[in-house]
Design a protein around this ligand. Sequence first.
Ligand code: GLN
Length: 280
Amino acid sequence: MACHRVDALLQAATARLTGASATPRLDAETLLAHLLERDRSSFRAWPEAECAPALAEAFQARVEQRCAGTPLHYLLREREFWSLTLGVTEAVLIPRPDTELLVELALARLPAGATLLDAGTGSGAIALALASERPDAQVVASDNDRAAARVAQHNAAAHQALNAPVVVADWLAPFTAQSFDIIVANPPYIAPDEPELGQGDVRFEPQHALIAPPDGFQAIQALVQSAQYRLRPGGWLILEHGWQQAAGVRQRLADSGYDAVTTHTDLAGRERATIGRRSA
Ligand code: GLN
């Protein structure tokens, strides 16, 4: 089989992805750059570069998977979060840029030498971002899904400097003898009948990490209740939630006796995280 020029490969892949992806050219370039271990900019500098047949075939197979809806980052097996490159598999949600808001909220409230739990860590994104920023903090993470915990453990090991043990467990369950300065979580919060579940990347993501039956509040409610017994007086619970859930989360925090309850907006200006302090 003949070699392929990268410009021809990209042109064909872009045409194939048009309609299937909102960003066909970008997806095509990102997939090819990843396979060839080059920067996307090289395609503009050397459009006539040749691609070996086996790599061209692997590229075309990934383009077909992308056409069928597989999220780009499951094909790349990695996603940037904060300043870290994290491995991802189908066992974990692909970290969202919006979730960096939780990292900012925690950083602004971490005392020196703090203890922090990332409950339901998935890829480990929040825990590892915080551990990277604050080597003085004792960061732990939990996830009840063994395959997800393995991804987080792999990511913790890949960023060797980061000391963030990952425990296979439900939320706060194993930490009965500990108290934390901060508990942070991006729990499942989508109601099972939300139409967004039928569109885009979420169709391929672990449903147990997305959906909280019956109304999207189950995991949030459980965390609000249990976290108050695992926070130091004055410690903070930091929760991500859906953009229409802010009032409901504030109400639940207030009902459980948290004070200083406030909501914070994501990159799109939507109410995305709510925090509360365990009263002293
Ligand atoms: N923010 C994600 C989404 O809208 C959901 C993440 C979650 O349920 N924790 O797809």
